[in-house]
Design a protein around this ligand. Structure first.
Ligand code: 5AD
Ligand code: SF4
Length: 479
């Protein structure tokens, strides 16, 4: 199959933070009608990997596709358009994608008229794109994270062309507003406030795959949140790779703390935000969180390491002491604060002493939840160039030791909850037991309990009866 390259990825362009001029190209009314005619009664299927940014992208793609007439498929086998929305943050995320394409490629072999597309962070890296293109000739559309606004033209091109279409523009254009969204949840919504990341932590691929920081306009975020409140949503999560950088790229005097406060004032029952970089987490933000009961007292504050020398090599811009001071200020001002974190073990040349400093930090902070990772070199990032003297077995051993340290306080907190009553937003039927419902407390603890399905989407009171490390069992309290 011949390949038509509209744009190809370029890591140097992706790292450029100067203003860009790319504009969103709209499809003509006539071509849109033609696309609607072509895909009439056809189904689409999207499989998403990775973070909430990808989930939110899936919602936009669903909205766009359904707007033009595509019908959602329950299984990939029914679909004429399959999109695999990929994640590149660690190697194991990529491996899952290779496996998935391997499973799905036979569908396109059987049905040459279907479109098999790959998008998301993996295709933003030239070597990975090349490997995908060589390994999977069945895939006939590749598009990047900045190309979602062009989805109609890309799908149209893939349907009508015999060539494989590749469109990966490494420099993001303006923020595109007013794209439709088909939300995956009826009562919990993600709202993007800032795209991209300028932090360039030395291990991380995200600043290259998602581009420079671009904040949405204050009023656009407010309008979206207002319409969610009006539509009866119970929970909003403000999203960004680093929400604290909100507004810095705009000619805007209001910052993230101001935005958080204004959204809280809209009266949404639960307001969350993620992710926060400790470096620009301001005292003003802490005050806003403390002031509004509907801002959940659960903060995800990735530390990555407890060692100053490793933090320096990671380019994290804060020291262990600064991080701990921030935690102290938060705990003083926000009673009942729950903290979660991300930690990487086995960063290149991490010594036993440096690792132990992560353990002592974890013991001191007592996180309520944590995501732990073994360092995974990402080609093109500065850390990937460091020669590493730590064998993988040592990294695995450290990983298990860290998990053990984290579990103690998590179990302790869960145990303390037994006998008390908490507000739970009911998510749905429990994934582990069909006879139970499940939902999350304000501090993001997962609770399973018996109840009628009519409770789904409401906030109820649940008394905790039993605690496990990562979940709780409770009973509904009838008032
Ligand atoms: N290796 C391991 N973990 C990583 N993360 C980001 N890049 C890497 C990498 N190269 C982790 C960080 C980040 C989370 C989303 O993923 O902990 O906070
Ligand atoms: Fe990656 Fe660091 Fe940006 Fe987070 S803040 S997305 S870890 S570069």
């Amino acid at each position: 199959m011949k390949t038509k390259i509209i744009n190809s990825p370029d890591m140097i362009k992706a790292a450029d933070r100067r203003p860009s001029t790319t504009v969103f190209s709209k499809m003509s009314e006539e071509s849109l009608n033609e696309l609607s005619r072509l895909i009439k009664d056809k189904k689409y299927y999207i499989r998403t990997y990775g973070c909430q940014a990808n989930v939110r992208d899936e919602e936009t793609m669903r909205g766009m596709l359904e707007n033009v007439g595509y019908i959602p498929a329950n299984e990939p086998e029914e679909a004429e358009l399959i999109i695999i929305n990929t994640c590149a943050v660690r190697e194991n995320a990529e491996d899952k994608v290779y496996g998935e394409i391997g499973n799905l490629k036979y569908l396109r072999k059987k049905n040459k008229s279907m479109v098999l597309a790959i998008c998301g962070c993996m295709v933003e890296q030239p070597e990975i794109l090349n490997r995908l293109m060589t390994t999977f000739p069945e895939v006939n559309l590749y598009f990047g994270t900045h190309e979602i606004g062009n989805l109609y033209s890309l799908v149209y091109a893939a349907i009508t062309s015999k060539e494989r279409i590749v469109s990966i523009e490494s420099k993001p254009g303006e923020v595109v507003e007013n794209l439709p969204a088909c939300r995956l949840n009826r009562f919990k919504a993600f709202v993007n406030i800032i795209y991209g990341c300028n932090k360039f932590c030395t291990y991380c691929i995200v600043p290259y795959t998602r581009g420079k920081e671009r904040s949405r306009k204050f009023d656009d975020v407010m309008d979206e949140c207002r319409s969610l409140v009006d539509a009866g949503y119970k929970e909003i999560t403000l999203l960004g790779q680093n929400v604290n950088a909100y507004g810095k790229d705009l000619n805007e005097s209001r910052d993230f703390a101001d935005l958080l406060e204004e959204v809280a004032k809209l009266g949404i029952e639960r307001l969350r935000f993620t992710t926060s970089h400790p470096w620009d987490f301001s005292s003003k933000m802490i005050d806003v969180i403390a002031k509004y009961p509907n801002i959940m007292k659960f903060i995800h504050l990735p530390v990555q390491s407890g060692s100053n020398s490793i933090l320096r090599s990671m380019g994290r811009r804060y020291s262990r002491e600064q991080y701990l001071n921030l935690v102290k200020e938060m705990r003083e001002k926000i009673p009942n604060l729950s903290l979660s974190t991300d930690i990487i073990v086995g960063f290149p040349n991490e010594t036993e002493e440096e690792f132990k400093e992560t353990l002592t930090l974890v013991d001191e902070v007592k996180y309520e939840a944590a995501f732990t990772f073994i360092y995974s070199p990402r080609k093109g990032t500065p850390a990937a160039k460091i020669e590493d003297n730590v064998p993988y077995e040592v990294k695995s051993k450290r990983f298990l030791e860290l998990v053990k340290h984290l579990e103690g306080p998590i179990q302790e907190k869960s145990l303390k909850m037994v006998g008390n009553t908490y507000k739970v937003l009911v998510d749905g039927v429990s994934k582990t037991d069909e006879g139970m419902l499940s939902g999350y407390t304000e501090e993001n603890k997962l609770v399973h309990f018996k109840g009628d399905e009519s409770l789904i989407g409401t906030i109820i009171k649940v008394k905790i009866l039993e605690s496990h490390t990562y979940s709780l069992i409770g009973e509904v309290v009838n008032e």
